[in-house]
Design a protein around this ligand. Structure first.
Ligand code: NOJ
Length: 545
């Protein structure tokens, strides 16, 4: 196996691994309460082993009042009883290890829950030792320190009458921002991370990490002046003591910043999630709910730029989906007639690139968006936006259209395991409605079908372990101005790979014959090629030489 990457010196394990994101609440319920849990996840480790992934990113499972589904943590060193307990977590780590899968936890370090012991103390008085763990400003009731808004609507300031001060929260009032300028806060955080590392956790995803160095007086939330200092200290005090994968969620990352954050010297993180390709279908300068048509050529340009610029001096994360984003097959693909073809095409496009790919639960099955009545949604962001926009005079149809396209609950409907009641997710009543299409789209129907989306992902995951060109090959966009085809080449000193993808539901002529004429097809989403110079709807191929 000369072309395997494992033979390479200094190869970080996460460079040819694929990460699978689990949203625990919606993955698998083991005790019939309608909510997914750790024992449910443990029971599905063989499924994930079969898929071949190298790590699981677990959305937050720590103790939380669930104002924002676990992104409001009240105890970083305990598991929420609805998910299980610390023993279950240790069992999960051990079980996953048997399949060579590491567990990544979600670190929510920008804020805690307002029910966290630190905040309970902090709000008691200005001279409480925990007061300075959060961000406070004097003021008068009804006169906020400034007009900053929370990400989920309303003011970013919340009044505490007992001490006549406002505290700052970038998200919900139930998510007070931590004060990173306080060295004691940072030390507490590092000790907590080391505690989890000691339990065998294999990595971390860092929630809104580029928002920790806020300076609300200057209205700075993202990319505050001390951000680099904090990243480096955090990494040195914790991550660098282990062989971890770390990925920072960084909505404010441009390429120059991402190079620093994913510096190969390991001084910060392994990589970041940047969102330039994600924001393309929203009107410039407006909110995500203000929809714009999908700009295909722009998508090619953006993805190409990230591929080229981070080559050899940083590392990309490759993703279409997460628990905050709509399902990719409903967004850039086709969730009707060509669902299977387009889901595979999107997988092939992404998994041919340089970086670490992330699969969000159900993506490997081609799960789709939902269209529910407003009462069937659970997400606080959806409900806050709905209320605000209806009050502001938007029509209900308009608001619902945005929710169908962008609502976070599109990703949070229960995982579709089989065609039994509630898609085999729970024996009880699911906390959120199951997508009606579960009888057709489910894991059971796909695992043993060699032509399924699941098996396409499985193959792509395997290729990353076998072909070094996927890991270190350079990247060149082909057919740059083509308005239908996304094609590119990867090349290193051993192999050349060409990936061609038709992004539309029509047959397209392709003028790449010279390029691919002496190459073999390694993966495709149609069986057999009738005419090499024609791509059928959503057809995708990987050629190799
Ligand atoms: C980003 C997370 O992905 C999202 O789900 C959460 O609501 C916010 N950060 C706040 O923690």
């Amino acid at each position: 196996m000369n072309n395997t990457n494992s033979a390479k010196d200094n190869m970080k394990w996460w460079k040819n691994a694929v990460v699978y994101q689990i949203y625990p609440k919606s993955f698998k319920d083991s005790n019939g309460d309608g909510i997914g849990d750790l024992k449910g996840i443990i029971s599905k480790i063989p499924y994930l082993g079969e898929l071949g992934i190298g790590a699981i990113w677990l959305s937050p499972v720590c103790k939380s009042p669930q104002a924002d589904n676990g992104y409001d943590i009240s105890d970083y060193q305990d598991i929420d009883p609805m998910f299980g307990n610390v023993d279950d977590m240790e069992e999960l780590i051990a079980e996953a290890k048997k399949y060579n899968i590491r567990i990544m936890m979600d670190l929510v370090l920008n804020h805690t829950s307002n029910k966290h012991r630190w905040f309970e103390e902090a709000k008691k008085s200005k001279d409480n030792p925990y007061h300075d763990y959060y961000v406070w400003r004097d003021g008068e009731e009804g006169v906020e320190p400034n007009d900053m808004k929370g990400v989920f609507g309303g003011s970013a300031w919340e009044w505490v009458p007992e001490i006549k001060q406002y505290y700052f929260h970038q998200f919900l009032p139930e998510q007070p921002d931590l004060n990173w300028d306080n060295p004691k806060v940072r030390r507490e955080i590092y000790d907590m991370i080391l505690w989890w590392m000691d339990k065998g956790v294999g990595g971390f995803r860092l929630d809104v990490i580029d928002q920790i160095a806020k300076e609300p007086d200057k209205k700075i939330t993202i990319n505050g002046p001390r951000l680099q200092e904090y990243f480096r200290e955090l990494s040195k005090e914790t991550f660098q003591k282990g062989d971890l994968i770390t990925v920072g969620e960084a909505w404010g990352a441009d390429i120059e910043r991402a190079k620093l954050y994913s510096n190969p010297d390991g001084s910060e993180f392994s990589m970041v999630f940047q969102f330039e390709h994600i924001g393309l279908d929203q009107q410039e300068g407006k909110e995500k709910w203000d929809l714009a048509p999908l700009p295909f050529v722009k998508l090619k340009q953006v993805m190409t730029r990230w591929q080229k610029e981070l080559h050899d001096c940083g590392w990309n994360s490759l993703f279409w989906n997460n628990h905050d984003l709509p399902r990719i097959v409903s967004r850039w693909g086709n969730d009707g007639e060509f669902r299977v073809e387009s889901a595979k095409m999107l997988a092939i496009l992404l998994h041919g690139m340089q970086g670490t790919p992330y699969i969000y639960q159900g993506e490997e099955l081609g799960m789709t968006n939902v269209k529910y009545d407003i009462e069937d949604y659970r997400d606080v962001e959806i409900h806050n936006m709905y209320k605000e926009r209806i009050e502001a005079g938007y029509s209900k149809d308009d608001v619902m259209r945005s929710i169908y396209a962008k609502g976070r609950d599109n990703a949070r409907t229960p995982m579709q395991w089989d065609d039994t009641e509630h898609a085999g997710f729970t024996d009880g009543t699911p906390w959120i409605r199951v997508n009606d299409n579960y009888k057709e789209i489910n894991a059971k129907a796909q695992v043993n079908d060699p032509d399924s989306i699941f098996n396409c992902y499985k193959k792509l995951i395997q290729l990353r372990k076998e072909y070094s060109v996927l890991v270190d090959g350079d990247f060149d966009l082909l057919l740059e101005n083509d308005e239908n085809i996304f094609a590119y080449q990867r090349k290193n000193d051993k192999q050349t790979m060409v990936v061609v993808c038709n992004f539309f539901d029509k047959t397209i002529e392709m003028s790449l014959e010279d390029k691919v004429k002496d190459m073999q097809v390694l993966v495709a989403n149609y069986s057999g090629i009738e005419d090499a110079s024609v791509l059928r709807p959503y057809e995708a191929r990987i050629y190799i030489k």
